[in-house]
Design a protein around this ligand. Structure first.
Ligand SMILES: [Fe+2]
Length: 173
């Protein structure tokens, strides 16, 4: 029997984050820093690639994270990138601070719980590198972030200093 396909899920908390003035400010800074960048960029198409990969992995592996939490962590995960470009501050460190400020100043009707905020901030802070004692949400975002890059069709692949083994030269998720 044909199953009805759901049209869409609204995600008001995610959209409140994207429309937050701090988010807009730091997103715009990333955009302007990346105007002439030939390597991977950190704008909305990348952020949503990470969101979708993370959500697929979440479903396939039965991790049980809520969809809006995954999408919110994904749109925030690189929000500190301009600090790295401009001041050499690691983007996951700067990003966690910005994420926390945004999450702590959302209007009540679109607020995340404290537990959700902690998970989102952990994803932002822990997504960049493998490290000792890595938690599940950090691993989910580390893997999704790395797998989102399409090295196989990238014009700058030869000039990119990513490890050869790390580059996505075939399609995998
Ligand atoms: Fe990323």
């Amino acid at each position: 029997m044909k199953k009805e396909i759901k049209k869409r899920d609204k995600m008001p908390r995610l959209n409140a984050v994207i429309n937050h003035e701090l988010y807009q400010k730091y997103y715009e800074r990333i955009r302007s820093c990346e105007t002439d960048r030939i390597f991977c960029c950190h704008q909305m198409n990348h952020l949503l690639d990470v969101a979708r990969i993370a959500y697929i992995k979440n479903l396939e592996e039965g991790l049980g994270y809520e969809k809006e939490l995954i999408y919110t962590a994904a749109v925030l995960h690189d929000i500190g990138k301009s600090f790295q470009y401009r001041e050499q501050i690691p983007h996951e460190i700067a990003g966690e601070k910005v994420a926390r400020r945004i999450l702590d100043s959302l209007p009540e009707e679109v607020n995340f719980t404290d537990e959700e905020k902690e998970l989102i901030c952990l994803a932002v802070k822990g997504h960049r590198r493998r490290h000792e004692g890595m938690q599940q949400i950090e691993e989910l975002f580390y893997e999704s972030d790395k797998r989102s890059r399409m090295c196989l069709s990238c014009a700058a692949e030869k000039k990119c200093n990513w490890d050869k083994e790390e580059k996505n030269m075939e399609i995998t998720i």
